[in-house]
Design a protein around this ligand. Structure first.
Ligand SMILES: Cc1cc2nc3c(=O)[nH]c(=O)nc-3n(C[C@H](O)[C@H](O)[C@H](O)COP(=O)(O)O)c2cc1C
Length: 274
């Protein structure tokens, strides 16, 4: 979120607040300073209270998902409609799996994974998309990218998933496995996988309604989408793990995104179980 808007917002919150609430913010920031803990500042200013609920803020949306209309597109097959696995069993057996075989994934599997991670299932009453994951204000800040390493009928490269058209948009071709491994603090499972799905957050989509509360909401939204990857991979008999340890700036550079507008949240290496 643009810093001036953030501070304007903070000023507005403080001006509109009761004395009690102002004191509460002030005490929180002071304690944060005393403890030398910056996260507490955010913790305080993002709290809702009966005095402050951020719905009267500016409301803009960039259209719920990104698209790259000028990039080469690869259409995806229809996602599977049934997994043939019991949901409760999938939840029970889910675990982080970091060992992958060298056998390629198929486009059917990739299509199914991407669709059931962030895909569109219908329309809201005001005409916006509805997703497979719940989203604060239905603002849907999560974007999905695919780093293809070993997928049958798909060249190696980095792609953006366009959920509106259920297509991949190619950002660049090449083998980015080792580069991604380095970015992920040398975690080998990243380059040994056949693909990596990377979830990012377009923060402004949620902040346009929720202001400073959005950091919390957008990360929660991403957690819901991330759990979908775990469960779908499990249902398909594949292996995955959430990877949160990575160098943010380097990952933004790889995805060619602006780290201030869109933040990488999680990497999911995916492969066949070995
Ligand atoms: C936010 C988050 C970040 C994580 N980051 C990593 C990571 O960088 N590397 C890794 O191997 N596992 C990572 N994990 C996976 C955890 O280590 C794993 O979920 C935990 O050990 C529990 O095991 P389980 O998933 O099999 O239940 C992460 C999990 C979460 C939720």
């Amino acid at each position: 979120m643009n810093i001036e808007r953030t501070f304007d917002l903070l000023k507005k919150i403080l001006e509109d607040s009761s004395d009690d609430l102002r004191r509460f913010f002030y005490e929180g920031v002071k304690r944060s300073y005393e403890k030398k803990d910056l996260t507490m500042i955010y913790h305080y200013i993002s709290m809702l209270s009966p005095d402050y609920y951020g719905t009267d803020l500016f409301y803009t949306s960039d259209g719920y998902y990104k698209s790259y209309p000028n990039n080469p597109r690869i259409s995806l097959p229809k996602p599977l409609e049934k997994a043939g696995t019991d949901l409760f069993e999938v939840i029970r057996s889910r675990k982080s799996r970091r060992r992958y075989s060298r056998k390629p994934l198929t486009l059917d599997e990739i299509s199914t994974l991407l669709y059931y991670t962030v895909g569109i299932t219908g329309r809201t009453w005001w005409g916006g998309p509805k997703r497979v994951y719940p989203s604060a204000g239905a603002l849907q800040p999560v974007e999905a990218y695919l780093v293809a390493l070993n997928i049958k009928d798909l060249s190696q490269g980095i792609y953006h998933y366009n959920p509106g058209e259920h297509v991949l948009e190619r950002l660049k071709e090449g083998d980015y496995g080792k580069i991604l491994e380095k970015i992920a603090l040398d975690q080998e499972h990243v380059s040994e996988a056949s693909a990596n799905i990377i979830l990012t957050i377009v923060y402004q989509r949620t902040a346009s309604k929720y202001g400073l509360r959005a950091y919390k909401y957008a990360l929660l939204d991403t957690g819901f989408a991330g759990q979908n990857i775990y469960l779908v991979a499990e249902a398909l008999g594949l292996a995955t793990v959430a990877v949160g340890a990575f160098y943010d700036k380097e990952l933004c550079r790889l995805l060619e995104i602006d780290c201030e507008e869109e933040m990488p949240a999680l990497i999911f290496p995916i492969g066949r179980r070995s």
